[in-house]
Design a binder for this molecule. Structure first.
Ligand code: ADP
Ligand code: MG
Length: 390
């Protein structure tokens, strides 16, 4: 069954009600930011390649009221928790891991001369936390926009993105790339964003009204391998670049890969990155021409490359991709995110969406003993556009 998707307005209302309950005062400021999904271009970001994400119609909403001087209190409905931060401890990582995402942004704004007063805030989200739809960037950019509403001081979109990336890296301690925050802030409704991770330039690509539906299925697993493997893959990519005498794998042409034949790991990793960069550019052409079969084949090709050459898939992801691609009306499917768990995305004919989701999750349940979460995602606006309209 496809999970229900509450409207942005209802999320903002819930956040406002939660903050009124927390502080005893009516909510005065509001902000929201979307989650995102990456259509294609996996593990290309730190190799200075291309990615093709879009913002989705699931959101993190925040509301706030004036609070106790020198203190920020935040209630998160997702965490069923309340956390409080003393502003004189702003630059020391908070004991509650989730609070660090909020704190990190407040601290980055503080460094840029935007000082948060005492505040009570509430967070309500329809982006599943830790599910690969970037609930972290949604929380960071919702916090950034909330802070701007409170202080009546605005940073540029580029500065907001930078502050959010630094918050995640420095306060939450996650060595993230720039993709999530960039798309969450800049995306436009009905478009995917072609992002060049070398110079961070972004181009919108319209999906068109005939585009098939996108289904996200959560494996519900996150294997502990992920962190060590991420660092190892990065090192192997650097090794491959060094052996080929290039700065990054972005600069490698397919015919050069044969030179890595003696170095198995480097050869495989580079083969994925080089072919994935090609697939991203081919995917843009497929979208522009409305060739959904081609886009689906590129997505499934991306999955195979991540499974066989980059070796970051796992049994649960492979099972979902196999189940999905065997369905009628499905153009293609792939793992999305870093790997070793998280979500699969499926490009499927809109009129087959419900039936395909039911059958895939039913079969997964039969094999694994539990039904995965299924979400329909549609291309939505970025935080900049959403907050300007609030
Ligand atoms: P993803 O960004 O793919 O959802 P991450 O591991 O990068 O996964 O970020 C998830 C973390 O972000 C959560 O574990 C939590 O610490 C924080 N987070 C996200 N959404 C919320 C929320 N609504 N309330 C509190 N914390 C949240
Ligand atoms: Mg994240």
């Amino acid at each position: 069954m496809i999970e229900p998707n509450p409207s942005l307005a209802s999320l903002i209302d819930s956040a406002s009600a939660a903050v009124a309950e927390l502080s005893g005062r009516a909510a005065r400021w509001r902000a929201a930011a979307p989650g995102r999904v990456n259509l294609i271009g996996e593990h290309t970001d730190y190799n200075h390649g291309w990615v093709l994400p879009m913002a989705i119609d699931r959101y993190t909403a925040m509301a706030a009221a004036p609070g106790v001087p020198g203190q920020i209190r935040v209630r998160s409905l997702a965490m069923a928790e309340e956390s409080s931060l003393s502003l004189d401890q702003l630059h020391t990582p908070h004991g509650d891991a989730w609070m660090r995402y909020v704190q990190g942004v407040v601290a980055q704004y503080d460094r840029r001369g935007v000082h948060c007063p005492g505040l009570d805030a509430a967070v309500v989200s329809s982006v599943p936390p830790g599910g690969g739809l970037s609930s972290s960037a949604a929380l960071e950019l919702a916090t950034a926009h909330l802070l701007e509403a409170v202080t009546e001081q605005a940073l540029t979109p580029a500065e907001r993105i930078q502050a959010s990336v630094q918050a995640e890296r420095e306060m939450a301690g996650v060595p993230c790339g720039i993709m999530d925050q960039t798309v969450v802030e800049l995306a436009e409704s009905g478009q995917v964003l072609l992002l060049d991770c070398a110079d961070q330039t972004a181009h919108s690509v319209p999906l068109g009204s005939q585009a098939p539906a996108l289904l996200v299925i959560d494996t519900g697993v996150s294997h502990s391998l992920a962190e060590g493997a991420y660092a190892q893959r990065r090192a192997e990519c650097e090794q491959a670049s060094a052996l080929l005498g290039v700065k990054t794998l972005r600069d490698v042409r397919p015919e050069q890969l044969a030179r890595l034949k003696g170095e198995m790991a480097a050869h495989r990793r580079a083969t994925h990155v080089v072919s994935e960069n090609e697939r991203v550019r081919d995917a843009v052409t497929a979208i522009e021409q409305g060739h959904w079969d081609r886009l689906g084949a590129l997505m499934t090709g991306s999955h195979r490359s991540l499974r066989d050459d980059y070796e970051v898939s796992c049994g649960e992801l492979d099972l979902l991709v196999d189940l999905a691609t065997a369905e009628t009306g499905v153009y293609g499917a792939r793992m999305t995110g870093g790997g070793f768990g998280g979500c699969v995305i499926v490009l499927v004919e809109t009129d087959q969406l419900e039936a395909a989701a039911d059958r895939i999750s039913g079969q997964y349940d039969d094999r694994m003993g539990w039904a995965p979460g299924c979400y329909r995602v549609q291309s939505g606006a970025g935080a900049r556009e959403i907050c300007a309209a609030l």
